[in-house]
Design a protein around this ligand. Structure first.
Ligand SMILES: [Zn+2]
Length: 430
């Protein structure tokens, strides 16, 4: 068994080296070639689905495999996480040995556990897409080039706030310890790494940026900043871009590994077309289809994320022909805030409001079941009573006559389970 695992790992590493150059080329193929490739991949997945996956068998005669196009996808229903969770075996291929599968667990915002099986080269493909995403800035990323990673690492008591992953050449810094006490260590570590890439959560990079700004320190070695996994707030982006003066590229994906989308230096979000298909429903929810998962085909999967749609088809001036499926990400679909009378309102309202308060460093908002709004703020500069009043007034304008609590805190805490800062959270039952 151990030998099998080691072999699997080795094959994945090899796959990265062999396939990465092909992926780099693929993004510049013509629109037609890309669509053709997607059709071929989708046809394969749908064939497997209707022939071998119980849930999809009833759709066998609906799909026109002889005159196949991407439109055939729309003949299949949207599937939610709850649908799958109800009976996962209905969505698994009948001819796989369940006890031999490798699984990818997801935390999810609902806190309910969920897992999907990984196809054989799934890990390698994730790595390749990461590398390609980091190549959308100034330089093409080379395999095993160093990168500073300001996420996915929380040191145990007594451990230093940094560590190296020698295999991938990742230089981890803790997103929990970005403060004056550790600043020198952080700077030394970054210098030693010689990394040109810095990746992290929007919030962790934002906090680092404020700290550097305060001490008037620049780190010109960093040429590309990659953010992911949280909302990239306009305030964060403005602060980060102004300070670092380099490409700040946001990345979107989910643990279920259905679609991933990343920004290029022109600011457009490009879909990884060979990896998955993005659709938006009438409410702009992202509906994702994996072109790789042939063990548990995830077809028209409801991601629970909302996008802001494009008004027109985008042809990006970066020269890549990977589709641009939306303008940007709006946030988790379950993070809708309700105003008086339980009318849902876009969360962007609050981001816009908070931008008017330059003294606010970070905020988080939780809406209780009875619609009470609880806001926590940390400060750049002390907020006086007048500021609090005007903040309260601004919120009232948006939500109406609801109870509002504002608390000033030293720090907006990161969730230890998800490692992220959840900015807007709703406990309201819909
Ligand atoms: Zn582009």
């Amino acid at each position: 068994m151990h030998i099998k695992k080691a072999l699997h790992k080795f094959c994945n590493i090899l796959y990265v080296y062999v396939k990465y150059p092909k992926y780099l080329k693929f993004q510049f193929k013509s629109k037609e070639e890309i669509t053709k490739y997607q059709e071929k991949r989708l046809k394969r997945i749908l064939k497997i689905a209707v022939e071998k996956v119980p849930f999809y068998k009833t759709y066998k005669n609906d799909i026109d495999f002889d005159n196949f196009s991407l439109k055939e996808l729309n003949k299949l229903p949207v599937v939610t996480k709850d649908d799958i969770r109800e009976d996962i075996n209905r969505f698994l291929r009948e001819d796989v040995k369940i006890d031999q599968l490798e699984w990818k667990s997801t935390s999810g915002s609902s806190g309910k556990p969920f897992k999907v099986p990984k196809s054989y080269y799934s890990d390698a493909i994730e790595v390749i897409l990461g590398y390609r995403a980091w190549s959308l800035g100034k330089n093409v990323y080379k395999v095993r080039e160093p990168a500073i990673v300001l996420r996915s690492f929380s040191p145990k008591e007594g451990e230093p706030p940094y560590k190296r992953d020698w295999i991938r050449n990742f230089w981890y810094l803790s997103p929990y310890d970005i403060n004056e006490k550790h600043l020198d260590q952080y700077l030394l570590f970054i210098k030693k790494s010689k990394a040109k890439i810095l990746k992290g959560y929007p919030s962790s990079i934002y906090i680092l940026t404020l700290l550097l700004k305060k001490h008037n320190i620049t780190i010109p070695q960093i040429e590309t900043i990659i953010t992911s996994s949280e909302n990239m707030l306009p305030l964060y982006r403005k602060e980060i871009e102004t300070y670092w003066k380099c490409d700040v590229l946001d990345w979107y994906g989910q643990n279920e590994r259905t679609v991933t989308v990343q920004q290029c230096a022109e600011g457009n979000y490009h879909n990884n077309d060979e990896y998955g298909i993005v659709q938006l429903d009438n409410n702009n929810n992202i509906i994702a289809t994996s072109l790789n998962n042939d063990i548990m085909p995830l077809i028209r999967y409801f991601t629970n994320d909302k996008a802001i749609p494009n008004n027109q088809t985008i042809k990006c001036s970066c020269g890549r022909n990977l589709t641009v499926p939306f303008k940007s990400i709006e946030g988790r679909a379950d993070d809708i805030i309700y105003k008086e009378g339980k009318t849902p309102i876009p969360t962007v309202n609050f981001y816009n409001l908070m931008e008017n308060f330059q003294k606010v460093k970070q905020f988080s908002l939780v809406q209780d079941e009875d619609l009470t709004i609880n806001i926590k703020v940390s400060e750049n500069e002390p907020l006086v009573a007048k500021d609090i009043d005007s903040l309260k007034e601004g919120i009232k304008q948006r939500v109406g006559n609801l109870k509002i609590n504002i608390t000033i805190v030293d720090q907006i805490l990161r969730d230890k389970d998800t490692d992220k800062i959840k900015i807007i959270k709703s406990k309201v039952k819909v």
